[in-house]
Design a protein around this ligand. Structure first.
Ligand SMILES: Cc1cc2nc3c(=O)[nH]c(=O)nc-3n(C[C@H](O)[C@H](O)[C@H](O)COP(=O)(O)O)c2cc1C
Length: 374
């Protein structure tokens, strides 16, 4: 159903009489980034330290139309850093998938984008929003909002290097109250960006306060490419309100989906009931197994610790149980404890594993050139 401008005006935050591309609020509709069709208006956010393949594949299963890797260092790619190259692994059931790059040198980023393309991604996403010092002090991430010429040069270098559509993820600006995204965003589109994602907090704000989606609405009015709204989307009602009041093509969900894929189904309109203990444990066990396959036992076992609290929190399991899991040495022991707490999950895990392609089948080998042939 397409809302009328008047209906949108009634929702409160749009001015009557201002032209605005009113979009349907139905989340299960497709849209496009360049030629790439995205089957739902729900995007899973890129999150460093979170967005492993297991997270992205699970996100697709629960209704995300587009998933994204965490930000990958172009310098790491240039130096063929093995761990960095691992972030370029794409599974068959992740598509459509964006791989996100961060960096500051247009030439190096253009070269890195070629490997993203070779690795099988559908979209190259650029991080112009990371507020973390380690990244901004190198001239990458959110600092590019203060360097619009270089930002535009990066986008055009990448658009020229690859056939894939280029998307850019921005914050509102560096400092509180900044509106720089409204001047930088249109320049990036001129330079070749096929879509923009706005997280309308300043870099200074980090994750405090709230995302001001009135800026998202302003950006939508200024550009003729799809805009994705990121920030504080935690429920279907919120997603629909943001789509209707901003004209964004899609919403992006980040923190709300950590350990809670069910929220994606709810936002997409599946109306799921609260997951049972068995369903929670089954998803977590599958997540453990996939992450161990992806990262190896040693890296996975420390990486996964934060997920125990995320999955088992929200009053789902008692706190001492979560604490006990964090103290266990191996993911095998964690799995054993989890399945002992919810034996009915054993059958569910088997069913899930039978339904989805196994890690080995779906992990594409990176071309030898990605490893520099050596
Ligand atoms: C732990 C964490 C890591 C993040 N890493 C990235 C990242 O690598 N690239 C990026 O563009 N945004 C990153 N973000 C920002 C999110 O993509 C998103 O824009 C932000 O969390 C707001 O959305 P939310 O309220 O739905 O979480 C990260 C956020 C969190 C919480």
């Amino acid at each position: 159903m397409v809302a009328t401008t008047a209906e949108v005006a009634q929702t409160g935050s749009r001015q009557v009489g201002v032209y605005h591309p009113v979009v349907p609020s139905e989340l299960r509709e497709s849209w496009f980034v360049g030629p790439v069709e995205i089957p739902t208006r729900l995007v899973l956010a890129p999150m460093a330290g979170v967005s492993v393949q297991a997270f992205r594949r699970q996100g697709r299963r629960f209704g995300a139309g587009l998933v994204c890797s965490e930000m990958v260092s172009c310098a790491g790619i240039e130096h063929r850093n093995e761990r960095t190259l691992g972030y370029l692994r794409v599974a068959e059931d992740e598509h459509p998938l964006a791989i996100q790059l961060f960096g500051s040198d247009p030439r190096v980023m253009g070269e890195a984008a070629k490997l993203v393309e070779a690795a099988g991604a559908d979209i190259v996403d650029l991080n112009f929003g990371c507020p973390v010092k380690k990244v901004t002090k190198t001239g990458a991430g959110a600092t590019l909002l203060d360097a619009p010429d270089r930002a535009a040069r990066i986008v055009s270098a990448i658009a020229e290097s690859v056939e894939l559509p280029v998307s850019v993820k921005l914050r509102r600006g560096l400092r509180d109250g900044s509106r720089d995204c409204l001047t930088v965003g249109p320049r990036l589109v001129e330079a070749g960006a096929a879509s923009l994602t706005l997280h309308p907090r300043s870099a200074q704000q980090m994750y405090t306060g709230t995302a001001d989606h009135s800026l998202t609405a302003e950006l939508v009015d200024l550009v003729d490419v799809p805009v994705v709204a990121s920030g504080d989307i935690t429920s279907r009602a919120r997603a629909q309100a943001v789509l209707a009041t901003t004209g964004a093509a899609a919403v992006m969900v980040g923190r709300a989906a950590q350990g809670n894929p069910w929220v994606l189904a709810e936002i997409a309109g599946e109306n799921p009931s609260e997951p049972t203990r068995e369903e929670i444990v089954a998803e977590l066990v599958l997540y453990l197994r996939e992450t161990v396959r992806e990262l190896g036992e040693r890296r996975a076992s420390s990486f996964l610790k934060k997920f125990y609290g995320w999955y088992l929190g929200r009053g789902r399991f008692p706190r001492p149980f979560k604490q006990e899991l964090v103290l266990l040495d191996s993911t095998e022991e964690v799995e054993r404890r989890l399945l002992a707490a919810a034996p009915g999950a054993i059958e569910l895990v088997e069913r899930l594993e039978a339904e989805i392609p196994s890690g080995d089948e779906v992990t594409l080998e990176l071309p030898i050139s990605v490893y520099g042939g050596g």
